[in-house]
Design a protein. Structure first.
Lengths: 290, 285
């Protein structure tokens, strides 16, 4: 597929399927695949934000550089870990904010322009609007911190977990407008779109292409109950159409292979995904050697 | 003598997107007074609670007549790992579990349960085993001095625990021969290991099985309410009975991520599980 604007240099591999591997294995694998940019999911044992200090950030930054890789986004796990930026407990919220500041510090030390995350959730028996206000307060503080570290937060929305504060691209846009900071922008996810449900056109229109800074690009089963994040080409999503829309809109962020459920075959899955992306992202200018 | 209704324990695990008050109120309605208490955020995460929060929890438990039969520290879901090669992670995890033992004493819970730890798939598992074993041995010695017993999961999966088979559990028990160290017999993990409860208990010794986690399972959805999966749980109960098990049977239902069935309906899940057990256990005391 010939593209006018999107380039192969916008493809990002990721560490998502490597969460049962060591960091050394993971970086070796990504280097062998041949890409350069990658999204770094901050989960134990790869990158444990609760345990990391500046010295370890520098140590990991050197490992990344030694493997000729470029971390483009740090993605802290906030859905499974005890972290909630919208928590009604002040101590939980303060600890969560500190945890995210560490993610921003990591991005800064790794030279990554983005961190990516969810903004929290409300409990079943509490007011969603109150949770929204607490989440927005947390995001304003984090956005200010991100700006001071030359990092941009790209916020995710999802119905994946019940009561997520941001449940659609419209919610995300409302939060972006409310936080109103150059340090706080948005992202979308090809699998999540189906679950909302919304199309890539909806996502781009609602978020605004100027605010869309990151995309999780994976295949899926195409139904609202499945959260599978599959290798592109192995599912049912209209991925070529999504690429075309992003190309026409002039999207200039990364397309990241957030593969999930491939822990037993992480290298093979990432390699397949990366190859699919390369094959489908032939740029007219790149083809002409420009 | 079959398993009895008085052996049933509820758990707050499916309520982890509800407040503590909502959770305790919901479980109170179900009428069972014994609970396995998972120290998760937002209910009672050690990092965030104060002495006042602990007293408040104790008061609430007392008012509702609840007894904690096991305090569970989530080490599989949270970034905790006793086997971690990262010394900072390992040290943090040990401290977290020492906290768990101390909270167990305060909350009068006789058992603390957690995961021994796991190693990356490309790691030297023997080195990881040594690290985890040393940590567990230390925690057992702490538990002994607090009068608390430690129950570890035997998961049947290398990805989730170094303790992935009955043979490994026997090895650990041999290396740490303390009466305060035992195991959880989990119906889902037993199925994964293709082991009858009776065999598991015979291999490890009845005195070393401190708790039973009772849940159903079907492909892709782990730890469902009994009756919602494919396991032959009636056969399973009979096997526990034949083995002479007399401890608690905890409804350890967690649902699945895809979709998150129980997050939306935790009380339905707990009620269904409880009704299944009530229909299959005897009234004897």
């Amino acid at each position: 597929m010939k593209l006018k604007n999107l380039k192969r240099s916008q493809i990002a591999m990721s560490t998502f399927p490597y969460n049962r591997c060591s960091l050394d294995y993971t970086l070796d694998s990504l280097e062998r695949i041949g890409g350069k940019a990658f999204e770094f999911q901050a989960v134990d044992p790869l990158l444990s934000l609760e345990d990391i200090g500046y010295a370890d950030m520098r140590r990991i930054a050197k490992k990344i550089a030694d493997h000729n890789l470029q971390c483009i986004c740090v993605t802290p796990d906030v859905m499974n870990y005890p972290v909630n930026l919208a928590s009604g407990s002040l101590s939980t919220r303060r600890r969560s904010i500190q945890y995210l500041k560490t993610a921003i510090d990591c991005a800064n030390v790794f030279g990554a322009p983005f961190i990516q995350m969810h903004v929290g959730y409300s409990l079943i028996d509490e007011s969603p609007e109150e949770a929204w206000k607490r989440s927005a307060d947390s995001m304003r503080e984090l956005a200010e911190y991100a700006v001071s570290r030359d990092v941009v937060i790209t916020s995710e929305y999802s119905v994946f977990t019940w009561k997520s504060v941001l449940q659609s691209s419209r919610d995300l846009r409302r939060m972006i407008d409310e936080v109103n900071s150059p340090g706080y922008k948005g992202m979308t996810d090809t699998v999540v779109m189906v679950k909302i449900p919304e199309t890539i056109e909806d996502a781009v229109q609602n978020i605004g292409i100027e605010n869309l800074r990151h995309v999780h690009f994976t295949d899926g089963l195409g139904n609202a109950t499945s959260s599978l994040h599959m290798v592109p080409g192995e599912g049912k999503l209209p991925l070529e159409h999504i690429l075309q829309v992003l190309d026409e809109e002039g999207y200039c962020g990364y397309l990241s292979l957030e593969l999930q459920g491939a822990e037993d075959t992480a290298h093979e899955a990432m390699l397949k995904g990366y190859r699919w992306m390369c094959e489908h992202m032939e740029n007219e200018q790149e083809s002409r050697g420009e | 003598m079959g398993l009895r209704k008085t052996q049933i324990a509820l758990t707050n695990y499916p309520y982890h997107k509800c407040s503590l008050d909502f959770t305790l109120h919901s479980m109170e309605k179900l009428g069972i007074k014994t609970i396995e208490f998972v120290c998760c955020e937002p209910h009672f995460y050690f990092e965030d609670v104060t002495e006042a929060d602990t007293k408040e929890l104790m008061k609430k438990l007392e008012e509702k007549g609840f007894t904690i039969i096991c305090l569970t520290a989530p080490t599989m879901e949270y970034p905790m790992n006793l086997a971690s090669e990262n010394i900072m992670t390992r040290t943090k995890t040990v401290k977290y579990l020492v906290d768990a033992i101390q909270y167990a004493e305060k909350l009068h819970a006789p058992i603390v349960s957690f995961n021994m730890g796991q190693a990356p798939l490309d790691a030297d598992t023997e080195a990881a085993w040594t690290r985890a074993k040393e940590a567990v041995a230390y925690l057992v010695s702490v538990a002994e001095s607090f009068g608390v017993r430690i129950a570890l999961y035997v998961t049947g999966s290398r990805k989730s625990s170094l303790l992935d088979s009955v043979e490994k559990a026997k090895r650990l028990k041999k290396e740490i021969p303390s009466g305060s160290l035992g195991f959880v017999a989990d119906t889902v993990y037993l199925d994964k290991m293709a082991l009858e409860p009776e065999t598991f208990i015979r291999e490890l010794g009845l005195e070393n099985i401190f708790l039973v986690h009772f849940a159903d399972c079907k492909s892709g959805a782990l730890h469902l309410a009994p009756g919602e999966g494919n396991l032959d749980l009636e056969k399973c109960l009979k096997s526990f009975e034949r083995a002479g098990y007399e401890g608690y049977v905890s409804l350890n239902m967690r649902g699945s991520r895809d979709p998150y069935v129980y997050e939306e309906q935790p009380e339905r899940c707990m009620k269904n599980g409880l009704e299944w057990l009530l229909a299959h256990l005897s009234d004897g005391c």
